[in-house]
Each structure stands twice: as C-alpha cells, then as structure tokens.
Design a protein around this ligand. Structure first.
Ligand code: GUN
Length: 313
C-alpha cells in the first residue's frame, strides 16, 4: 500500500492561523511583534527563503524589516548591525540568513544575536536550553518536524528514531527534540557504517542530507514514518529519468521548467513507508510557520507578564 502523505502545507496553515490569532491579541494589547531579517549577498535560495519569511510576516501582521548589507561586508560591520537590532525594543526577532559570505565569521555573528531575540535558535545559549530541556527558542525546521509528527498523531516515545545528517541547523536539534520526546535516537553521518541497515531500524526516519533521492527503499522499514528535509534541484535529464521515469506529472514539470525539486527520498520509498512528507509541500512550509511562532514567542518572553496570558507557544 502506498504511504500516507503527511500534508505539511495544511499543518503549516493551521499553525499560521493560530499564530495570526495570537498576533491579533498581542497587537490589541499594544505589542506588535517585530522581525528583522538580515540577508547578505545574492544566494538565489537565500533570496527565495527571505522573500517567503518577509511576505508571511506581513500576511500575519508581524512588523518586518529586511536588511541587505553589501556582500563585501566585514564581520565587524555585521556585528554592529546585529548590536543595533539587539537594542531596538520594537524588534523581537533577529534572523541572519545563512550561508554568510566566506569573509564573515558566521559563528561570531550568530553568537552576537541577543538570545532572547534569536528566532532561529542558533545561539549557543538556546542550543544549551534545548539540550537541558529549558524553555527557549528552538530552530524552526526541527520544531516544524515535531509539529508534523505530533499533529499527525505519530507516536514518538519509546520509538526508534534515526536522523541522517548532523548539521547544527537541522540534524542535531532534531535529534535533541526527538530525544526530549523520549525516542531512542541514532544520528548518522558520512562516516556511519552500513547506513541502510541503521536506517532500517527506524520507526521514524529523518532524512536531512541534501542529496537527491539518496534514501532508497532498502533504507526503510516497512510502515516507518519518513520525514524528508531535503530540497534538491534536479536539472540533469539522466538523473531525472533514473528517479522519475513514468511519473507523468513530474515529467511535465521537468519538460516545461527544465528542473524539478526533489528531497532526499527516492520516489520508491513511498511504496514501503507508512507515511512520508512530500517535497515540495512537506517540511518546507513548516519552517516559515515556526519562524512566525518563534517571533511571537520571543515577543511574549521578552515582555514577561506584561502581555495577556495566551494559549501556548
Ligand atoms: N539557511 C538555510 N536554512 C536556514 C535557516 O533555517 N535559518 C537561517 N537563518 N538560514 C538558513
């Protein structure tokens, strides 16, 4: 039987509606959440992501600012921009879009963001809060993955979870969230021996590698839930054919646009898994929804009890 498709777009829309309602309550109480996004250079993927972040902020009633310093900016100059945003009371969230140009010391810049405004959850203090189960700001994509699992009623406690990829942005924080939710967690990477065998242990498999179609059906235990965090553009016709030959819809997209977006899962995983997230329309929409939720959370946390008690987040 074909895998159940976990509809990330629908889940993200539900979260957006909940966040929009919180924003209305906050704004009525005189607190309009504000988000500043810093985009350096012209990485096409970053430009698309940032456009989505700013657009969604506006749709939900968050005040937003996009800062685009020149691609030649120095670490010191970027630190000054961050320091100014840290000081401004109307800015609740600061997001520095990654990657930064090579001349910039990214770790210093991320460390300079006020942890209370760190809506990406990348500051070492928030990383520490996550690993010690204290309240804080949690990275958006991992938080979104947990929302997909929870809102789809996929049990986590006591289950085997395998995370493929150990990035600071996705793999590591996702592993920590799954561990905090009482899964038995294995983190795999390029040096893992017999990756397919380790992945086959998973009740919940998280693919966050960044290689088109790398997770094939023999990595997947029948009935497992598989979350695809990959976003890979396929432009090569031979590669396309090896993945999608016979898929009319994809063939049409590829023929007209010359490319198609594919995750880390091979299409045949859908024949084995119990449930999968599609690409596009799976994890992607959750990342922005959780950024909005984090901005509201930061606005509330920074003001402590000075805002009305809201439902959650
Ligand atoms: N680049 C790719 N993903 C992300 C993300 O989640 N946040 C930021 N700031 N940059 C990214």
């Amino acid at each position: 039987m074909a895998a159940f498709i976990l509809d990330g777009k629908k889940i993200a829309n539900d979260i957006r509606a909940e966040v929009a309602s919180e924003i209305r309550t906050l704004t009525a109480a005189g607190v309009r959440p504000g988000l500043a996004v810093i985009l350096v250079g012209n990485n096409p993927a970053s430009e698309i992501y940032v456009r989505g972040k700013v657009k969604t902020s506006e749709e939900l009633g968050i005040y937003s600012e996009k800062l685009t310093p020149p691609p030649t900016i120095s670490t010191e100059a970027l630190l000054k921009i961050v320091a100014d945003l840290n000081r401004r009371d109307e800015i609740d969230g600061i997001l520095v879009q990654l990657p930064l140009p090579a001349q910039v010391d990214s770790k210093r810049v991320l460390m300079a963001v006020d942890p209370a405004k760190d809506v990406d959850g990348f500051h070492p203090m928030n990383v520490g809060f996550l690993s010690t189960q204290r309240p804080g700001l949690v990275p958006c994509t991992p938080a979104g993955i947990m929302e997909i699992l929870r809102r789809s009623n996929i049990p986590i406690a006591g289950r085997e979870a395998v995370v493929v990829g150990r990035s600071d942005i996705v793999g590591k924080p996702t592993a920590m969230l799954l561990l905090n939710a009482n899964a038995t967690v294995t983190v795999c990477h390029s040096k893992t021996r017999d990756l397919p065998a380790v992945c086959r242990r998973a009740d919940i498999l998280i693919a966050a590698i960044g290689r088109a179609g790398m997770i094939t059906r023999d990595f997947v235990k029948p009935g497992a839930t598989v979350i695809d965090v990959g976003m890979n553009k396929v432009t090569d016709a031979a590669e396309f054919n090896s993945l999608f030959a016979g898929d009319r819809k994809r063939e049409d997209i590829f023929r007209t646009s010359g490319s198609t977006l594919i995750g880390d899962l091979h299409p045949q995983v859908a024949e084995v898994a119990g449930a999968i997230t599609p690409v596009p329309g799976g994890v992607g929409p959750l990342t922005i929804a959780m950024l909005m939720a984090n901005t509201v959370k930061a606005a509330k946390m920074r003001r402590g009890s000075r805002v009305p008690e809201l439902s959650k987040a």
